[in-house]
Design a protein around this ligand. Structure first.
Ligand code: ADP
Length: 588
């Protein structure tokens, strides 16, 4: 490490140094004799603005700045899964061992264990030609996930040497000779700059849903695999529970969870709870296919800014292996606040509410890293996906604020959490009137082919009834229930049933927490089936609503969430009985 410049100013996480000619934007530097890690975020003449990822207390003008010649990178390789990192990929438990409860400064703890050996198997042979992205060896990283070591981007050639066996991540496992005759030694440890998206062969239009088992999400407002979604909500409305339910149940193979704690203990809760979560499919710990990036409130603000890039780069790496990856960031408002604080210290011209003018472009750059992709590599047609789900915590629940607005501009799904619903303990407290998805057209064929021909019809009907309910409630408030026609009354009853028996879902109930897609469809059909048949009898002059509501079948419909998901027959019986009992009313 060479001394390059001299500090002239320290302002919290921002350090300004002179004599930095030749330094590049986003280069990593070490600040003062304590060798604090920093990144150049502005450079003019020989003066560099450095964002420092550690506490700068006690550091002052005159002290040296050292160059490293590198940009901020993450380490990629086996050992990422089950890790909990800080914003610049220092393992949290290790950091704590090395530094005690509070993270002290300037310590170098690598992201991946250098000593551990991994058993791996080559899947290519000596003499074979390979191109960037081709899989060279496979490593059983955890009992749930096979890690695939790929030819790093930019390297093509023939395999001069390849090993199988047991090695550390630093050992050479293959040598590739390129067209110019130059040898490239490949190890299981690879690096990638966090601010650059990893290359892919092609991006395609997402066409499959990310199935979460949460009925309101899957049926009404589906997110596509490879899509981007946003969960704004005031404090206590359910952002964290929704993100964790998604992490646990969604059908992605790899989960990257980025936590940016608001209050000190909040992140601690997540750090304690998350490693205990069980993977419902295997009964193993969810961490076996998870990487966590955590920012506790005692960590410097700059590390929070970097954390979403660290997280998304790790997520892209697993996507490149051909996995479906889902990344949850909770909450991106904390990231935006870090951006605002750095911008303020840089004395940049503030935009809306003090956020920098580039908040929008930074937000877009992050969400644009989502996608369904054809992975690099010549001899297989690997596809992977990266779905990004960001929670936003608008102050006072005001969605017009800049972070929410900029996020909505680039995400295609909006799951609007509503304090009023949470207060009424309707969970998930997602407002069905304000939420939306723009992926419906993309995944319509999937519903049709995989679930049911008429799924879309039922979905549209349900949405219509819920919207109609909102209008009718207004009328009831003004002139009372008596003013409604039987048809309108039926709409209200159906809407109530949709809300209470379909949309309401307890994330903490073992059975109710996850509903397979087919069962979601059957449940929806059971509820709308009542309306469908009732419509035929309500106009009859002897018709009495209380008699309808008292039919035995109504109780069964209300409890249809308890029917086993593989018992289609039971649902069919319910539909038949519904028709028979309701038609029976007419004869009476
Ligand atoms: P936020 O992250 O928005 O501040 P949380 O996710 O911590 O809010 O949710 C607050 C509380 O609401 C939870 O502790 C839980 O009791 C309740 N809750 C939220 N979502 C659900 C759900 N889907 N099922 C059951 N309870 C929920």
């Amino acid at each position: 490490m060479e001394k390059q410049g001299t500090i002239i100013k320290v302002s919290g996480p921002l350090v300004v140094a002179k004599g930095m000619e030749g330094a590049r934007m986003y280069e990593v530097v070490r600040v003062s004799e304590k060798k604090l890690i920093g990144e150049i975020i502005g450079i003019e003449g020989g003066e560099a603005s450095i964002q420092v990822y550690e506490e700068t207390g006690g550091i002052g003008p005159g002290e040296p700045v050292y160059s490293t010649g590198q940009t901020m990178q993450v380490e990629l390789g086996p050992g990422l899964l089950q890790s909990i990192y800080d914003g610049i990929q220092r393992p949290l438990p290790l950091l704590q061992k090395e530094a005690g409860e509070y993270i002290t400064r300037g310590i170098d703890v690598p992201g991946l264990d250098r000593k551990k050996t991994w058993d791996f198997k080559s899947i290519k042979n000596k003499g074979e030609n390979v191109t960037e992205g081709d899989i060279l060896v496979e490593v059983q990283e955890t009992s749930l996930i096979m890690h695939k070591v790929m030819v790093p981007p930019g390297i093509n050639g023939s395999i001069k040497e390849i090993k199988s066996g047991s090695h550390t991540i630093k050992d050479t496992i293959a040598v590739i000779t390129d067209a110019e005759g130059k040898d490239h030694e490949i190890s299981m440890l690879q690096k990638w700059p966090i601010r650059n998206p990893r290359p892919v062969k092609d991006k395609s239009i997402p066409s499959k849903p990310l199935v979460s088992g949460t009925r309101i999400l899957d049926t009404l407002f589906p997110l596509a695999k490879g899509g981007a979604g946003c969960i704004p909500g005031p404090f206590g409305a359910g952002k964290t529970v929704t993100q964790q339910t998604l992490a646990k149940y969604c059908d992605a193979e790899i989960i990257v969870y980025i936590g940016c704690g608001e209050r000190g203990n909040e992140m601690t809760d997540v750090l304690m709870e998350f490693p205990e979560l069980e993977d419902p499919n295997t009964g193993e710990k969810l961490m076996k296919r998870t990487v966590m990036v955590a920012n506790t409130s005692n960590m410097p603000v700059a590390a929070r800014e970097a954390s979403i890039y660290t997280g998304v780069t790790i997520a892209e790496y697993y996507r490149d292996m051909g996995y479906d990856v889902a990344l949850m960031a909770d909450s991106t408002s904390r990231w935006a606040e870090a951006l605002r604080e750095m911008s303020g210290r840089l004395e940049e011209m503030p935009g809306e509410e003090g956020y920098p003018a580039y908040l929008g472009s930074r937000t877009a750059q992050f969400y644009e890293r989502s996608g369904t992709v054809k992975c690099l590599g010549a001899n297989d047609d690997r596809e992977g996906s990266l779905t990004l789900i960001g929670a936003v915590s608008p102050p006072g629940g005001d969605l017009s604020e800049p972070v929410t607005q900029n996020t909505l501009r680039v995400t295609k799904v909006f799951w609007g959490l509503d304090a009023k619903l949470a207060y009424r303990r309707h969970f998930p407290a997602i407002n069905w009137l304000t939420s939306y998805t723009l992926y419906n057209d993309n995944i319509k064929d999937f519903w049709k082919n995989e679930i049911a021909e008429d799924f879309e019809e039922y979905r549209t009907q349900a949405m219509g009834i819920l919207q109609e309910e909102a209008k009718l409630e207004e009328i009831v408030r003004l002139v009372g229930m008596e003013a409604l026609s039987p048809k309108e009354r039926l709409t209200l009853e159906t809407a109530k049933s949709l809300r209470e028996d379909f949309l309401f879902q307890n994330a903490f109930d073992k059975i109710d927490a996850y509903t397979p897609l087919k069962k979601q469809y059957w449940m929806l059909k059971s509820i709308l089936n009542v309306a469908h048949h009732a419509q035929k009898v309500i106009e009859h002059e002897d018709f009495n609503f209380d008699e309808l509501l008292a039919l035995p079948v109504m109780e069964r419909v209300a409890k249809c969430k308890n029917i086993d998901p593989d018992k289609e027959d039971e649902f069919k019986k319910l539909w038949e009985d519904t028709e028979r009992e309701i038609m029976g009313l007419q004869k009476a």
